[in-house]
Structures are given as C-alpha cells and as structure tokens.
Write a protein that binds this ligand. Sequence first.
Ligand code: ATP
Ligand code: MG
Length: 597
Amino acid sequence: MKMSQTLPATLRDAPAEAVIASHRLMLRAGLLRKLGNGLFAYLPLGLRAYRKVETIIREEMDAIGALEIKPTVLVPGELWRESGRWDTMGAGMLRVTNRVGQELVVSPTAEEAATALVRDELASYKQLPLTVYQLNTKYRDEIRPRYGVMRGREFTMMDAYSYHADEASLGETYERFAAAYRRLFARCGLSVLTVRADSGQIGGSDSEEFMVESAVGDDTLILCPKCGYAANDEKAACADDAPEGAATALSIEEIDTPSVRTIAELAAFLHIAPRSFIKTLIYRAENCALDLSAAPGGAGLKREPNGGVYPEAFFAVCMRGDLDVNEAKLAALLKAGGVSLACDADVERITGAPVGFAGPAGLDSVPVVADKTALALHDAATGALKKDRHYIHVEPGRDFTPFLMGDVRTAKAGDRCPACGSAFYAKKGNELGHIFKLGSLYTTALRVTYLDANGERRTPIMGTYGIGVDRTLASVIEEHHDEAGIVWPLSVAPYQVVIVPVKYEGEMKAAADRLYGELRRRRVEALLDDRNERPGVKFTDSDLIGIPLRVVAGKSLPKVEIRLRGTGETELADIDAAPARIAGIIADALAALRVRQ
Ligand code: ATP
Ligand code: MG
C-alpha cells in the first residue's frame, strides 16, 4: 500500500475524551474514528490490524476442532423467552420490533442462537462433542462506554458453544479452549493471567477469565504470590481469619448512642475497633431462587408459580465491620439474578428505624444472611433497630441465628490465600476472554436432546467461551507502545515494513520502488511512504503508526538502513540483500511469538 493513497492523516493530538494510551494512539495513528457514543469505525490501517487478531483467533479455534458458523446478529426474541433471559437481561440488551410486530434481539451474546441451531441438527451421541463458534457483531447498551473500543456498545466477539454427553468430555474441551486462548494471546504478543471468575448472569459452575494487567482495568484481581491462586475479586475466597476473643458471659445490652450512625462514629464513641462490629446491610435481591417459605418474612412473599423464583426479596446481610460485602458473591449465595442495596424507605420499613441502626438481633421481618466473619465475632456491637440505640455484648448464635451463612466478603490485598495461607496482593485488570462450564441450563430450557448409545433420549451439557476482538486489539497497543507511538508485535501490525525514501524522487524513489516491488513479491506486507513530506514528518508518522521494521532509502544508497521499531536497533544492508534480510527478521519474530506461551 502506498501511504499517499491510504486514509487518513495522522493526528498530532487526540481528543480530550481519549484518556488511555490505546484509545489515543488508535485515533492519532489513524486506525479508528468515532461514529457515536460507544460506536466506532476502523479505518484501513486499523482494520488490517483488527483482521490479524481475528485471523489468529480463527486459526486457533479451527485448530481445536471448533466449527465456524455465522448466524445473523438479529435473533428472534422468542428464543430469549424460551431461555428465560428475555426477562433477566435488563436494559443492556437491545430489542427491536419489525414491521409485522416480531420481537428481535440484537445479540449481546449467543447461547440461545447457537443452541437453537444445534437443537435442530443434533440427533445422535455420535455427533458429540460438538463445538461451534462465530466471529460476529455484538451489541450491549453499556451505560458508560469508555476507553474507545475497550468498552464499546457495538463490538465483535468470538463466541463459541460446545455440547457434550458428559462432564469428562466438557472438561476436555474446556481445557482445550484454555490452551488455545493461551496460544492465541501469546501470538498477539499479550501477557495474560488466568483467574477464577464469577459466572455472573449466565449461571454455571467452573469459569475462568483471561486478563491483562491494566492500570485502568475494570476488574480487581486477587493474586497469591506463593501458590499462584488467582481470582477475580468477584469470586476470590479467603482463608478464615484466626479466631479472636472469647464468648462473653455478659448479656446483650441496649445502649444510647445519640447521633452516631456510621461504623467510624460508633467506633470512636465506644472506643473499640471497627472489626468488633457486626454491620448489617439491607439488600434487595431480584429473581431469587432460594426457598424462602420457612424464612422470616418469607411466607407473604410473591413467588412465581410452582416453586419458582421470588421476583423481589429483601435480606439483612451481616458482615464484620471492617470488611465489605461482595455483591457478586452475595448474588451467588442467594441464587439471585442480581442484588443491590435497599433504598432508605425499604430499610426503614424493614428495620423499623432510620438508616444506620440495622442489626440482626431481634430482626424478624427479613431473613438474616451472615458472612462467616460476622459469625466468628464475640462480644460484638450492632444496631438495635431503634433510632440512636445500639446493642453491645452481642454473641452470634446466642443473640441471633442467621437463616443462611456463607462467604460474601470482598477479598483484598493482605487477606490470606485459601489454598496456602500467604497474604494476597491485588492488581487491576481487563478481561479479554472468558470460558465457562454451563451445564444443562440452556439445553434444558431450549429442549435440546439426542439419542444415546442405548437409544435413550438425553440432554447434552454445554460450555460457552468468548473473546472480545476489539478489546484484544486495544490491549495489544496498551502493552506495546512508547512515547512516540505504537510498537506493534509483528503478528498484529497492519504492515510489517514501511519503506521511507528520504525524498521520493530520483535515485531514492527508484530504490524505494524497487524495494517495495521486491518485498511484495516475497509476500512481505509493505507500506511505501511515497508522500511529498519532509523526512522528519515521515519518521514521526512511522513511529506513531508503529510498523515493526522501517527501511530508509537515503544518503547511504546503495545501502539502506533497516531499523527495528521496538528496540531502535539499526543495520545497513545492501539494497539487493535487504529483502531477504527483512523476510528473515519477520519469520524469526513471528516464530518467537508462537512459542511464547
Ligand atoms: P465485562 O465484565 O468487561 O463487561 P463481560 O463479563 O460482560 O465483560 P463476557 O460476557 O464474558 O463479558 O463477554 C466476552 C468478552 O467480550 C469479554 O471477555 C470482553 O473481551 C468482550 N466484551 C464484553 N463487553 C464488551 C464491550 N462492551 N466492549 C468490548 N468488548 C467487550
Ligand atoms: Mg465475563
């Protein structure tokens, strides 16, 4: 490609809204332009890099035997009603109605579409295991799209769905995906961490996320320096803290605590540490699948027919005063679609007191859910369900009994690893890919069956896998850039070589044209800077765009200068020998990326 013919010019500055390096550089180097909030267009250079990521993903998916399909992006709403997600996906899922009133979903993910396809094709156990994938457009009405294509509204996902007769087969495919992900991210030049994950709205059991470290990451990763335990903080467990103190013989006592509401104020007032308090938060859970018929306040709750979910249920969640509730863990414990803090009016209705005086002792309007840390306390303080009153000398078990207990605390740096007891450290990260074992949730809901070897009808189990293509591309730039611009790994670079004649005329033009022709003949992806610009401008642009190799035809002809963008190393090569030398450097670099795993 000749630079004079490609779109568009590079930019000296990026718009102020581009706050992270990859977003700024994608705009400045002319890879990307914004169309609307969370909506982008790749320009020719950006599209080439994007296609390379897609190709690497496709090659690795094909290599593990996944079969590429391409369903439409619009999927009939009735499939989402069958799975039950029409009601649970919320406003993040875009729905449209066509001229005959048919409801359609703009795919945010495609478990339903893939499973409906497989339902029609699957007849016998001999077809299993079966894995399909697509590289296709997704739409999610993200509340706050940001960081360019890192979190857009429309983006491309590689999403794969596997179907199995048994757990062993699902486990094998799951491991194959994990290995393929490691290979493909390594080929893109990315250093990824694998962490245990919450399986979120989708349900399911085993699940891992592939993360890149990022100062602006949306996720917090909890890592053990010793045994390698690694988990998203939505999932991270921690070892139980050593027991502290002893049970008190003193009876629970109600005391006056005028104008004291927060844990900090109460700690100062009573001269004790926040960790001696049982803080109690009132949570609202949506679509809770627990059986609450025997729970406090449960009898009167509205429930879907036939033992179905409770659309809305409230809980009092007890936690040691110095710790935070983890809403993802809480939602999982409550088997709920989602949880959120109750509004002030609900807190007042439930506790009979203003916000700030909730406590588990004597609370009978809602079930009490206790984190393990709250139950491990002795001689604790809590709210007394009355304005300006607290209890002291509270003994869990004696003064209150929870309906449910579990681990719902947010693990953080310094907490101890459940596997080996070492102190955790934490990092911010961004999720590039995800693998889940799903079980039979969707195959049951969509009534997928096959005949086993004995001619019996069975339901397959399922795995689901996803990678954000655009986010992967942006992450490559996050990991590979410097002050001057992008430093593409050869595997993802839009072009492998840029040829820069100091002046595009005379002997230099002839040399540049000759190199360009010879490199293309060798199938090296070459860009020729044939613009009538000053050499400084061309060098600045080639650094900004980040093409891995630069060949300069200038004063030293018939020798040309080969420069590596990554290290700045240069060498002179005779113009006749340069194409072979360049092809060799490229082959070596690509081979190195393939083995880096
Ligand atoms: P996140 O927690 O970042 O919102 P997610 O858990 O919703 O992601 P999945 O449903 O697991 O994401 O989707 C698979 C992959 O799709 C993610 O790992 C990510 O790479 C990509 N992805 C998800 N949402 C977006 C988005 N808004 N923009 C770009 N890529 C996205
Ligand atoms: Mg995810």
